[in-house]
Design a protein around this ligand. Structure first.
Ligand code: CP
Length: 319
């Protein structure tokens, strides 16, 4: 049993997937994030938890939300932050990924936050590094901090996961967000439905314990949360649906379809949104939308992850 005010760190070097965490560790991260959310609402948003430590943002793929919020999170914990840009690094001269990371590690950094287009690249780096590595999205595999901030946003409104029905809509095949959400939601006791064109739903996903649907109306009927995934044209190596217009017609979440869900349904989207394709502007900006709350919560959740991976030790914790 933890004493009040005592925050124990995660007993792991890296955070690579939500699959590797149990419900207790996930809830511990969410509780710590709630304390940090209170900190970042103060006029002075900083705590000295990671003073003297250096965090490197190593992004090999574009990002707005994840990269910016990790930078803000690290700075609000008083860490120094270095943003590595692949396009202007020696990678373009042919240096390998592992040599690049080993050189960065040799500069005595404390944590590496990494995004890469290849599933598993972050795991490879974590295996060869002594410092902690946080997965900021690897290929189609996992995006654990997005999963955590989605869980945090749901819990903030719905209070608990037991009895909740969460529908994930769209491109399940290419979505690392879907996989992280599924592992986290099932661990915490929610029921998960996935829906999309058959070409974008791997049959094997049923083995995780989710319900598969192919009709949007059926999948969102009575839902408590609808998490709408981006159609990821950059990861699609073929034609998975006839056209964006056809996709919007069959799977676009619009105000008319929203009426099938519970009146207090939460509308979520990890961003960036394709407005008018997977989500209508009226739904994206409507009263059920918590899309910008997800972004706000991302900073507190990433503060919690960086803090807890560092051992959760400091002279001043967030309580
Ligand atoms: N949700 C998400 O990963 O957004 P970015 O690609 O902008 O980081």
């Amino acid at each position: 049993m933890r004493e009040r005010g005592e925050i124990l760190g995660l007993k792991r070097k890296d955070l690579l997937t939500l699959q590797e965490l149990g419900a207790e560790e996930i809830l511990h991260i969410l509780d710590t994030a709630a304390s940090f959310k209170e900190v970042v609402q103060r006029p002075i948003k900083k705590v000295p938890a990671l003073r003297g430590k250096t965090v490197v943002n190593l992004f090999f793929e574009p990002s707005t939300r994840t990269r910016t919020s990790f930078e803000l999170a690290a700075k609000r914990l008083s860490a120094d932050v270095v943003n590595f840009t692949a396009g202007s690094s020696s990678l373009v001269k042919g240096e390998s990924l592992l040599d690049t990371v080993r050189n960065i590690e040799a500069m005595n950094v404390h944590t590496i936050i990494m995004r890469h287009s290849c599933s598993g690249a972050v795991h490879l780096v974590a295996r060869h590094c002594r410092v902690g590595v946080v997965n900021a999205g690897d290929g189609t595999h996992a995006h654990p901090t997005q999963g955590l901030l989605d869980l945090f946003t749901i819990r903030e409104v719905k209070k608990s996961f037991a009895g909740l029905t969460v529908t994930l809509v769209g491109d399940i095949t290419h979505s690392r967000v879907a996989r992280s959400n599924i592992h986290g939601l099932l661990a915490l006791g929610a029921k998960v439905r996935v829906v999309g064109p058959a070409t974008l739903i791997p049959k094997s996903i049923a083995q995780l314990g989710v319900e598969i649907h192919y009709r949007l109306e059926e999948a969102i009927a009575g839902a408590d949360v609808i998490n709408i995934l981006r159609i990821q044209l950059e990861r699609q190596d073929g034609q998975y649906f006839p056209s964006a217009r056809e996709y919007a017609h069959l799977y676009g979440v619009n105000a008319r379809r929203l009426k099938l869900a519970k009146p207090d349904v939460l509308i979520m989207h990890p961003g960036p949104m394709n407005r008018g394709i997977e989500i209508s502007p009226r739904v994206a900006d409507g009263p059920n939308s918590v899309i910008l709350n997800q972004v706000t919560n991302g900073v507190a959740v990433r503060m919690a992850v960086l803090y807890l991976l560092s051992g959760g030790e400091s002279d001043e914790n967030p309580d």
